[in-house]
Design a protein around this ligand. Structure first.
Ligand code: HEC
Ligand code: HEC
Ligand code: HEC
Ligand code: HEC
Ligand code: HEC
Length: 215
């Protein structure tokens, strides 16, 4: 205690007096203990770990919610990329081209078939001819090289299916393929499992003899 001042250390005016916020700091870092060591011990403390965990979980929860909302509201189903970015939404949807214009085999055979490049050229020898994907289509046509499309809908080899039979009974393509006219890239939305086929066969009075589909 210095003489002369006449005041005690806690009082303003005394040489060792510290304002409240400085006193606080002194309490956190008592003289003799380096502040870095204090910080280290806080870094390792379970309290800090608890806060970090809480923060981490909060971020995780937020990201999870955002992904959930995104999927619920914006995700459009999309199938595999194809060699030419052909869109059913544009052709069958916006331009209202009939499914059978391109899949004409469906009317008289087991397969619906994929249209050859010649079918594309019926229109694209005149329509948007300089658009790069169409230039590629025209190159396929000029070189007589078929476009190898990726297959989307598949049944196991041991199952027999027939398009024309279903078409003639007035069953819509969408029953088995979903709303194709809304898809940019085709995706198989309906699981073509045995139960799915047989359920409808029962409901429509069609045969569900094993030999119908397994011959
Ligand atoms: C009753 C169910 C069903 C209906 C209705 C149906 N399809 Fe299919 N489709 C299938 C199945 C099953 C396959 C897979 C066949 C396979 O892998 O042997 C398929 C395959 C296809 C394929 C691939 C090429 C092929 O022939 O295998 C195209 C294209 C197709 N369907 C178009 C159509 C169109 C267009 C219609 C409407 C005119 C239609 N489908 C109606 C079940 C159906
Ligand atoms: C009956 C006419 C017709 C046929 C057949 C046809 N298209 Fe098109 N196609 C159009 C029209 C119309 C547009 C829209 C052009 C526009 O946007 O100005 C288009 C647009 C496109 C586009 C650009 C838009 C998009 O992303 O789809 C591509 C790529 C395309 N067609 C590929 C094909 C391929 C490949 C075939 C053959 C399997 C084909 N088209 C068959 C009429 C046709
Ligand atoms: C302008 C021609 C065109 C029209 C119109 C069209 N398609 Fe296609 N379709 C194609 C081509 C080309 C493919 C192969 C590329 C692909 O999968 O997108 C295809 C593929 C498919 C496939 C998938 C075949 C597989 O690999 O399993 C189905 C299913 C199909 N079409 C159904 C339909 C239905 C249903 C409609 C009517 C709503 C329709 N298509 C109208 C040209 C056409
Ligand atoms: C939405 C209803 C429906 C669905 C789904 C369906 N079918 Fe059919 N199927 C029918 C009807 C209706 C007939 C016609 C029966 C008749 O006229 O004798 C038929 C006939 C058939 C036939 C021909 C039978 C014959 O007399 O030669 C085969 C094969 C067949 N279906 C296989 C399948 C397979 C495989 C699936 C699943 C991938 C399937 N069907 C899904 C309704 C359906
Ligand atoms: C309307 C068509 C249809 C009829 C009728 C049908 N099946 Fe199937 N079956 C399928 C299809 C499609 C698959 C392949 C898809 C799957 O794995 O379910 C299949 C698959 C199977 C499998 C293999 C299943 C597996 O898990 O590998 C067996 C076994 C089978 N069927 C037995 C039968 C028997 C027995 C009957 C008569 C009671 C019968 N099926 C009638 C359509 C049919």
């Amino acid at each position: 205690m210095s003489a002369g001042s006449g005041r005690r250390p806690g009082e303003p005016g005394h040489p060792e007096y510290r304002p409240a916020h400085e006193r606080e700091r002194v309490r956190i870092h008592p003289p003799g203990e380096p502040s870095s060591k204090r910080a280290e011990s806080y870094r390792d403390s379970p309290v800090r770990f608890g806060w970090r965990l809480t923060g981490f979980l909060a971020v995780l929860l937020t990201v999870g919610l955002m992904i959930g909302v995104y999927h619920a509201s914006f995700r459009t189903r999309i199938g595999p990329a194809q060699p030419i970015p052909f869109s059913h939404r544009i052709h069958a949807g916006v331009k209202s081209i009939s499914c059978l214009f391109c899949h004409n085999q469906a009317a008289e055979s087991a397969r619906a078939g994929i249209p050859p490049v010649e079918t594309c050229m019926l229109c694209h020898s005149r329509i948007i001819v300089t658009y790069p994907p169409i230039e590629r289509v025209r190159r396929h046509y000029a070189e007589r090289a078929p476009i190898i499309w990726k297959k989307v809908t598949k049944l196991p080899e041991y199952v027999y299916f027939n398009h024309s039979v279903h078409l003639h009974r007035g069953i819509d393509c969408g029953k088995c393929h979903g709303d194709v006219a809304a898809m940019d890239r085709i995706e198989q939305v309906q699981d073509l499992v045995m139960g799915f086929c047989i359920t409808c066969h029962r409901e429509t009075g069609a045969t569900h003899d094993c030999f119908t589909c397994h011959r």
